[in-house]
Design a protein around this ligand. Structure first.
Ligand SMILES: Cc1cc2nc3c(=O)[nH]c(=O)nc-3n(C[C@H](O)[C@H](O)[C@H](O)COP(=O)(O)OP(=O)(O)OC[C@H]3O[C@@H](n4cnc5c(N)ncnc54)[C@H](O)[C@@H]3O)c2cc1C
Length: 322
């Protein structure tokens, strides 16, 4: 895989294209609630394993057969009630038992707001602790996803608490778009952490996050470098071919072993790139969301970040083309 530079465009052309695309994406999102559920279900079907745990296990089994690892995500975030948070924790426990019984090569990713961060932070902390303990008993790992910037400090604090208590089978996420990320990385490094690096999916104000596409890419590269040079393990979570090539170059330059990195992608996205990484012998983990709340989840994600609607539309058209 050669290190391809980003497409060359004039700056004016670049920003004009991006503005036009952003308008198109927002228009798509506005019409979405009028689209019949079965149609949305078909569109979302590529990106979500299904409504039931058995659907998710079947998808993970298929991925494992193709040399890919997985991380399971139970859909449901920003729960409003205590009982919902308890139900999500119970579903994770069921999922982890199933993964273990079936001998699947998978771990889990959890969202703190789904486990009640905003309703009952103590319950949320206890639930994550319980899941991390359960995973440790199975020799598995729990990743705490990163949500919008209102949760960053609480998420990193809980991660540090867990590590201080001696739990090593837990990892966290940093977002290259956030201005605070270099400081967060510097604070995390003494823990020799396992960190997923992603661009960040939430739309954030410019005081909090860089808005420029190339600036976020630049920070992604800087973040990986700081983590690797500080001894951390990095999960490189991107479908951006240029960033994947940069990561490969940095891994090669530093002579890093498999214990220091893996690649991660979302279910149904850039499977060609994922396959190529697997063929080249790299570890590739696929993020597999499942759950009954697939419709609400899909709609909210698209409304929060209309760019994704554009990706899905482009991807669907590409697949429909003979
Ligand atoms: C395994 C994994 C875990 C993640 N965890 C988090 C997290 O904890 N917190 C967080 O804020 N964000 C998370 N993200 C999302 C991430 O922050 C980005 O929003 C997302 O990956 C898109 O950015 P990109 O790096 O792929 O680059 P982009 O430039 O946005 O995308 C590159 C190309 O990938 C394709 N693509 C990207 N996303 C999609 C999509 N959703 N549907 C269809 N095609 C797509 C498009 O072809 C696009 O041109 C995660 C992403 C991955 C892969």
């Amino acid at each position: 895989m050669g290190a391809k530079a980003p497409a060359v465009q004039t700056l004016a052309g670049h920003s004009y294209n991006r503005r036009a695309l952003a308008l198109f994406d927002r228009a798509l999102v506005r019409v979405l609630p009028a689209v019949p559920r079965p149609v949305v279900r078909r569109l979302a079907g590529r990106y979500i394993a299904g409504t039931e745990l058995a659907d998710a296990c079947a998808v993970v089994r298929g991925l494992n057969e193709r040399g890919k690892k997985a991380t399971l995500d139970v859909l449901g975030e920003e729960v409003q009630r205590h009982e919902e948070a308890v139900a999500i924790r119970a579903e994770y426990e069921r999922a982890m038992a199933a993964i273990d019984e079936e001998g699947l090569d998978a771990n889990v990713s959890v969202k703190l707001t789904a486990l009640g961060l905003k309703v009952d932070p103590a319950l949320c902390g206890e639930s994550v602790r319980a899941l991390v303990r359960l995973a440790a008993g199975q020799g598995r790992f729990v990743r705490i996803d990163m949500e919008d910037s209102s949760t960053t400090t609480a998420t990193l604090d809980l991660y540090r608490e867990l590590r201080a208590e001696g739990h090593d089978n837990v990892g966290v996420v940093v977002q290259a778009m956030l201005r605070r990320t270099p400081e967060d990385v510097a604070d995390l490094l003494p823990l020799q952490p396992n960190v997923r690096v992603c661009k960040g999916i939430y739309v954030e104000p410019s005081e909090v996050a860089y808005q420029g596409y190339e600036t976020v890419r630049f920070n992604f590269v800087e973040t990986m470098a700081a983590l690797w040079d500080g001894g951390a393990k990095v999960a490189v979570a991107t479908h951006d071919e240029w960033l994947v090539a940069e990561a490969l170059r940095m891994i090669d330059e530093r002579g890093l072993g498999f214990d220091r990195y893996e690649f991660q992608m979302l279910l149904g996205v850039r499977e060609d790139l994922a396959d190529e990484l697997v063929r080249e012998g790299h570890t590739l983990r696929v993020y597999v969301p499942y759950g009954k709340q697939w419709y609400e989840y899909s709609l909210r994600r698209l409304q929060e970040n209309p760019k994704i609607a554009g990706y899905v539309a482009a991807d669907t058209l590409r697949r429909l083309r003979p």
